[in-house]
Design a protein around this ligand. Sequence first.
Ligand code: AMP
Length: 213
Amino acid sequence: MRVVMVGPPGAGKGTQAKLLNERFGVPHVSTGDILRDAQRAGTPLGLEVQRFLEEGRLVPDKVVIGIVGERLKDPDCRPGYILDGFPRTLAQAQALDELMANRGERLDAAVFIVVPQQELVRRLSGRRVCRACGGMYHVLFDPPTIPGTCGRCGGELYQREDDREDTIRHRLEIYACETGPVVEHYRAAGLLREADGVGTREEVFGRIAAGVQ
Ligand code: AMP
């Protein structure tokens, strides 16, 4: 299975990509996770992208295309992969088409998770992430038992710099301009699978799984 997850920040791409990974056993490749890991580890890549991440701006295409190209060379990606957060611009989508063609691969579906804007802001501003294991919580929908502490590993929960309300609005504007054309690219190719992203994670997953099989 080779799938890309498209949709605005906060639509649930990461959550649904993890569920697809559990169901279909192919790796979940999140460019946001790779970039945040690099930032945490203070690698040269992490230092290069730090400002972009903090301000909710898109990292240059060349950088993310390079990251994805390298990650897909790993043996676990041979049977397939779920790309989450990539492609986010038309140039990235075209680069992925070329990369896949060179690998002799075909995309099965572009899953487009649709969620109203007001709901996105509510979801993102309440999101909390564990510094240690990356576990996700929400102050309203999925609060940790002990406030500020990860129930899985005891790590400290924090709010991503880019999940603050002013940055969220900025990210949504960027999404509308830059990622809108990606959706149209996949629609034109007949690969777009739209799924209503409102509901429990299981309900949303049911809709997505039905569309990609
Ligand atoms: P995400 O976790 O997918 O919301 O990504 C968090 C941040 O990482 C984004 O706001 C961007 O700064 C950066 N990022 C992740 N994926 C990409 C991408 N495909 N292109 C450019 N920037 C990206």
